[in-house]
Design a protein around this ligand. Structure first.
Ligand SMILES: NC(=O)c1ccc[n+]([C@@H]2O[C@H](COP(=O)([O-])OP(=O)(O)OC[C@H]3O[C@@H](n4cnc5c(N)ncnc54)[C@H](O)[C@@H]3O)[C@@H](O)[C@H]2O)c1
Length: 327
């Protein structure tokens, strides 16, 4: 297949590019490098540096190439920033996405795989896995901006065939270290722990130790980025074969608390991690764990890296690699 892919210079998009190329498919990346890095785009992908809202450039790309589908990863992802600057999030994650979808439709491309988020579910009661029918209860503008884009697709089912993927917590790095997370201001727990381990930060801050969980810290379902990338390949095949819209959770169905993750990382690095508790962050929720049976019954996907230690190890190795390159 030939895929037009936005956000391919970013963390998850670049892993999806690798997964597609490794399986013999063609990819054209569109990214304006606002938070992405050109080094993450593999050499054998095509690349155009432009904004997803640039109608002129994107129309011309669509008119001179034939794509099977659009994978739309581009967007802003910092929950805390979205609380401070909601407009920035609605403009990029909703308005720009809708503009892009309409440009694609105008030029004959109507199949879309869209990166959404489990943050859309907000907080749910203890001991309940989150399936795709769970009520949405966004706790921050980031999550709301993604729901609005989902709603655009749901309201235009006549015009688009789409798969919405609600990612749980994405972590880890490509096993050959061809890509990983570069962001300097990441708030992702496993990335931050890896930075502590290689000495880029002296400690980690744990936001909230009074949640209603086994150790008081928030619980998340961590999925390895390469497994998530493979999901994109499989849902793309599903979409091309069935031409039917659908929505899937992407996680492993298993939750770990912040302290579970810190303890595992401390076992790996022999207790190098210093942590401090601070107040809960606005917009954070207590617990997010996926119910995963829907995706497992619809697509041919089996996780390859479903192991917290492996996820953390790959992240540390990537951090060591980029740290060595910068010193
Ligand atoms: N990282 C996670 O844990 C997570 C969880 C749930 C959902 N998601 C979603 O996955 C997608 C990818 O996330 P990521 O972690 O790879 O983020 P990232 O910041 O690493 O990548 C986003 C990419 O999009 C590009 N971009 C942003 N706005 C653009 C625009 N207007 N035009 C062109 N390019 C633009 C950036 O330059 C960057 O390369 C996002 O849509 C995010 O909401 C991520």
């Amino acid at each position: 297949m030939n895929v037009l892919l936005t956000g391919g210079a970013g963390y998850i998009g670049s892993h999806a590019v690798l997964s597609l190329l490794d399986s013999g498919h063609k990819v054209h990346v569109i990214d304006n490098l606002s938070t992405g890095h050109e080094v993450l785009i593999p050499e054998n992908a095509k690349f155009t540096n432009c904004n997803i809202n640039d109608e002129k450039v994107i129309s011309s790309i669509l008119q001179s190439n034939k794509y099977d589908l659009l994978m739309h990863f581009a967007g802003f992802i910092q929950v805390e920033e979205s609380v401070q600057h909601p407009k920035k999030y609605f403009e990029n994650n909703t308005d720009n996405a809708i503009k892009l979808f309409n440009i694609c439709k105008k030029n004959g491309l109507n199949k879309i795989v869209f990166s959404s988020t489990a943050a859309a579910y907000g907080s749910v009661s203890e001991n309940k896995l989150i399936d795709e029918n769970t009520n949405l209860n966004p706790q921050n503008p980031y999550a709301e901006s993604k729901i609005r884009t989902e709603n655009f697709l749901f309201n235009n089912e006549e015009d688009f065939k789409f798969i919405i993927l609600r990612y749980f917590n994405v972590a880890g790095a490509d096993k050959s270290l061809r890509s990983g997370q570069i962001s300097k201001r990441s708030t992702h727990l496993i990335k931050v722990l890896s930075e502590v381990i290689v000495g880029k930060r002296d400690h980690i801050e744990i936001y909230g130790n009074n949640y209603n969980t086994h150790d008081g810290t928030a619980i998340r379902d961590y999925i390895h980025v390469s497994d998530l990338a493979d999901i994109h390949l499989e849902v793309a095949k599903y979409l091309l074969k069935n031409s039917k819209s659908n929505l899937f959770n992407c996680g492993y169905g298993k939750g770990f608390s912040v302290l579970d993750v810190v303890d595992t990382a401390n076992r790996i690095c022999k207790n190098k991690i210093i942590y401090k508790f601070s107040d809960r962050r606005e917009g954070d929720v207590e617990k997010l764990i996926a119910e995963t049976s829907k995706i497992l019954t619809h697509i041919e996907w089996e996780p390859k890296y479903n192991n917290l230690e492996d996820i953390i190890n790959s992240s540390i190795k990537w951090e060591e690699k980029i740290n060595a390159a910068n010193t």
